[in-house]
Design a binder for this molecule. Structure first.
Ligand code: SF4
Length: 292
């Protein structure tokens, strides 16, 4: 049951869905804001053909999982929690992922580790297949398992993310076409921040702490800070490099070195931590619909 007094449905809203739509929810503030606006456009109740999905890699922070759960319960909307299981195209699509929930969601990196074990190498900034396999493709399989051959993929790209918007507007040969209502409505990061400042709950993470906890796209000082404030976070990443991944996520340094740096200098000053970081400002999975 929602705790919100929703406005009347507004079919003229850029957030209104006229046909089968996947609302891709990354677990970040921007896509949560978009979900809220989609709910507003439909008077608080989504049509059956509008599906909201969150793909869990197993390396999301607990705060993110809690935030996804809170959005669903406070706003009275069903969010489907999905996890990667297999890349085998010989098995039916519904067996390649699993639908879980807040309690059953993987928290020790299991989906991500299974994928690395299967591929036998680690992803990196150039070959960033983790997003495609763990998020984009899982959501595609989910929509296909529901019987949809074509749909709109609604992604949370803001008006101030034009380089990603432009990329996501390129036509694809996929089953879906992308829609970016935040861009259409000219929503900026400032608007999203103002929205969350006025809410009764929020994602209790700094921007660089979002997405996978030790994501290789985070700058080195941020990874140091993550390990310093939450010791042990980078161990899984180091284990992947030394185990099934058989190599580094980042050419310049290993995760074992990052952990060792923090142990040697636990009070090191990590300059530039709170600078704008365009890469980590992006919510993973929200704009990688060009492949899979
Ligand atoms: S957050 Fe980073 S590690 Fe996780 S799926 Fe996205 S790119 Fe890969």
């Amino acid at each position: 049951m929602s705790e919100i007094a929703w406005p009347a449905a507004d079919p003229s809203s850029p957030y209104f869905c006229n046909g089968p739509t996947l609302v891709s929810f990354s677990g970040g503030r921007t896509s949560a804001y978009m979900l809220f606006m989609v709910l507003c456009a439909h008077g608080g109740v989504l049509p059956d053909y509008v599906v909201v999905a969150f793909a869990n890699t197993g390396k999301e922070r607990e705060e993110t999982l809690r935030f996804v759960y809170e959005c669903a319960t406070r706003w009275g909307v069903q969010i489907r929690w999905l996890e990667f299981r297999s890349r085998k195209t010989s098995i039916p699509v519904e067996q390649r992922f699993e639908e879980v929930g807040y309690n059953a969601a993987s928290r020790a990196g299991e989906p991500f580790e299974n994928l690395i074990t299967d591929k036998q190498y680690t992803p990196n900034a150039v070959m960033r297949w983790c997003t495609q396999e763990l998020k984009v493709r899982v959501m595609k399989w989910f929509m296909q398992s529901l019987g949809y051959a074509n749909w709109t993929n609604m992604i949370g790209l803001r008006h101030d993310e034009q380089h990603r918007v432009a990329k996501s507007k390129k036509p694809t040969r996929q089953a879906w076409s992308n829609s970016m209502p935040l861009d259409d409505a000219k929503v900026s990061n400032r608007d999203v921040r103002a929205f969350w400042a006025a809410q009764a709950f929020d994602l209790r993470l700094l921007p660089f702490e979002g997405n996978c906890d030790g994501c290789f796209l985070k700058a080195r000082p941020k990874l140091w800070e993550i390990e310093r404030t939450k010791p042990g976070t980078l161990k899984w990443w180091s284990d992947m490099e030394e185990g099934p991944g058989k190599g580094r996520f980042v050419t310049e340094y290993s995760y074992a070195e990052l952990i060792s740096d923090v142990r040697r200098q636990p009070d090191m000053f990590a300059g530039g931590l709170f600078d704008d970081d365009p890469e980590m400002d992006a919510e993973c999975g929200s704009w990688c619909g060009e492949a899979a």
